[in-house]
Design a protein around this ligand. Structure first.
Ligand SMILES: Cc1cc2nc3c(=O)[nH]c(=O)nc-3n(C[C@H](O)[C@H](O)[C@H](O)COP(=O)(O)OP(=O)(O)OC[C@H]3O[C@@H](n4cnc5c(N)ncnc54)[C@H](O)[C@@H]3O)c2cc1C
Ligand code: FES
Length: 509
């Protein structure tokens, strides 16, 4: 696939641009301040406002412009093979609470779409987790059983409407696909009408916990709030070192129109083939937009270009010639025990909360987080409070293998990358072509040097401002990425994605 196939932008953002909202330009006080306006932040703000509290949402970029604006947008409680895994690690009750809480989130979104008349391409659809591998069928069967026990209308099937045979699949009826940005922008408009304050272009850089809590923005304004929710995807204020329990996973997404006759009628995912996920959405002139996702990798370890090519080849192999219209990439964080971290920010928290670690399922997960966090702020405890509690007991034992694997990788990047002669292969600035970048040694410093398409050289410190790992260049996305916890920076070092909050320092060559 040519690197220039399709527009490099998210279909969801391009087709629902929304109106810009103001940045915060004064000190304010509210009952609850929410940092981050993705699915988790906006859902929380909505629920908190419904309980009569005043709320402000502070968003560094634009509403639903983060991971939520770049997802595949399946709203489902069938999360690949999660229920059978939870049944093993958290027992049948853990799997049941997970399924019920996620179905509860779906029902909540359906009720809001109905009540507010939200036009967001809402379509009921079945969700499938399939495998091509006969050895994996028992796992898929176990998921069908565990998901059914957990309250989903799930069954094991061998027939799907995919254009290729599968060895087996779980089919869950009564799930949903939608346009996440249309949904959230409508919710945000209604929230504003009901008195909620929503600010874009407002990065929060400081959190002082107390009674009340105080937030400081990059522009120097203060938000005073009784309760604070950190919904920044990767938590930017991380007093419980949650970053040790979160591993970032980046994936690529492609879209192409197809005739309605080729629509596989459902939302599909497989853990095979380095993950393949697909669905369709309503498109122009009666056609459907095929949306395919997959090819996951750790940011900072691979160039998205190769992954786009492989995914495009896979899609054309199965759906015939395709004219790709949009392509983008995004990443989510896997928690070491598969369950999102939603609840108090750290063991001593009284008024600070977090929602993170959605593991690729943060649309239902974000809505669930909104319901759970607003209940906790109200002093209520839904039955799944303990399941999602970031302080959960016993998790050290359960998570140990995944935790150690993740830490080993981080250590390898933290120490190993410094010992390797040079990530850039000993290149000099002159060797860097337009559109390329590399880490090179300049005197005593390791510099992240890139050359933009106009030939201008950009030189930055190669040490990530989060905890100092070495960043690597992703050519297809023209971004510096950190392999340790997934921070991303543009060519001028500005933060594209946390946990880093500070830009890469500029270097003089
Ligand atoms: C390829 C891919 C496909 C996916 N498909 C699905 C799917 O089909 N179904 C599903 O359920 N899930 C899916 N997911 C997962 C889901 O999209 C995410 O879990 C979810 O969108 C995360 O929402 P969020 O609100 O936590 O994060 P975001 O949407 O990223 O929101 C966080 C916001 O915080 C802001 N922010 C960060 N730092 C600051 C700061 N210091 N101050 C102020 N604001 C800040 C950011 O700008 C951002 O807007 C997918 C994930 C990937 C990677
Ligand atoms: S993201 Fe943690 S060190 Fe870079």
């Amino acid at each position: 696939m040519s690197e220039h196939t399709g527009t490099q932008a998210s279909y969801w953002i391009e087709t629902a641009p929304g109106l810009p909202r103001p940045a915060l330009t004064e000190d304010i006080g509210v009952d609850v301040a929410v940092i981050g306006a993705g699915m988790a932040g906006l859902s929380t703000a909505w629920e908190v406002a419904q309980s009569g509290r005043s709320v402000a949402v502070l968003e560094a970029g634009c509403l639903a412009g983060g991971v939520t604006g770049h997802t595949t947008a399946k709203l489902t409680a069938l999360h690949s093979l999660v229920h059978q895994r939870l049944r093993r690690t958290r027992g049948p009750e853990g799997a049941r609470l997970y399924g019920h809480s996620q179905m509860d989130a779906l029902r909540r979104a359906a009720a809001l779409v109905d009540e507010l008349g939200i036009d967001c391409d809402w379509e009921d659809a079945a969700a499938y987790t399939y495998t091509l591998d006969h050895d994996r069928v028992p796992e898929v069967r176990a998921e069908a059983e565990a998901a059914r026990e957990a309250g989903l209308a799930a069954e094991f099937v061998t027939d799907t409407q995919l254009p290729f045979p599968v060895a087996g699949a779980v089919r869950a009826a009564g799930q949903v696909q939608f346009h996440p940005r249309k949904y959230l922008l409508a919710l945000a408009d209604e929230l504003t009408r009901r008195g909620g304050q929503l600010y874009e272009g407002t990065r929060v850089v400081g959190l002082h916990e107390g009674e009340p809590c105080r937030l400081t923005t990059e522009a120097g304004y203060t938000v005073t709030a009784r309760d604070v929710v950190v919904a920044t995807h990767y938590p930017v204020f991380d007093r419980a070192m949650l970053f040790t329990r979160l591993a970032p996973r980046r994936e690529v997404v492609l879209t192409a129109p197809i005739d309605a006759g080729r629509d596989p009628h459902g939302m599909y995912i497989t853990p095979d083939e380095n993950t393949r996920s697909l669905r369709t959405a309503p498109y122009r002139d009666g056609t459907r937009l095929l949306i395919v996702t997959g090819e996951h990798f750790t940011p900072g370890t691979s160039d998205s270009g190769d992954h786009f090519s492989r995914l495009a080849d896979w899609a054309t192999e199965h759906f015939g010639p395709l004219d790709f219209t949009y392509r983008w990439a995004t990443q989510d964080n896997d928690s070491t025990d598969t369950v999102p971290l939603v609840g108090p920010l750290h063991p001593g928290s009284r008024h600070t909360y977090v929602a993170t670690g959605f593991g690729g399922w943060g649309l239902s997960g974000g809505i669930m987080a909104g319901l759970l966090l607003s209940a906790l702020i109200d002093g209520r405890k839904p039955p799944w409070t303990h399941l999602y509690d970031p302080r959960r007991l016993g998790s050290v034992v359960r998570e140990a293998p995944a935790f150690l694997r993740h830490q080993a990788k981080v250590a390898q990047h933290f120490v190993g990358d410094r010992l390797t002669p040079l990530a850039g292969g000993g290149r000099s600035v002159d060797d860097i072509a337009a559109g390329d970048g590399a880490v090179i040694r300049v005197g005593a410093h390791l510099c992240a040097v890139s050359r933009d398409q106009a030939g201008r050289v950009h030189a930055l410190s190669a040490r990530c401002t989060h905890l100092g790992c070495l960043v690597a260049f992703n050519r297809a996305e023209q971004a510096w990425e950190c392999p340790c916890h997934g921070s991303r920076f543009d060519l001028d070092g500005r933060v594209l994605q946390g946990p880093a909050t500070r830009p890469l320092e500029r270097r003089d060559l």
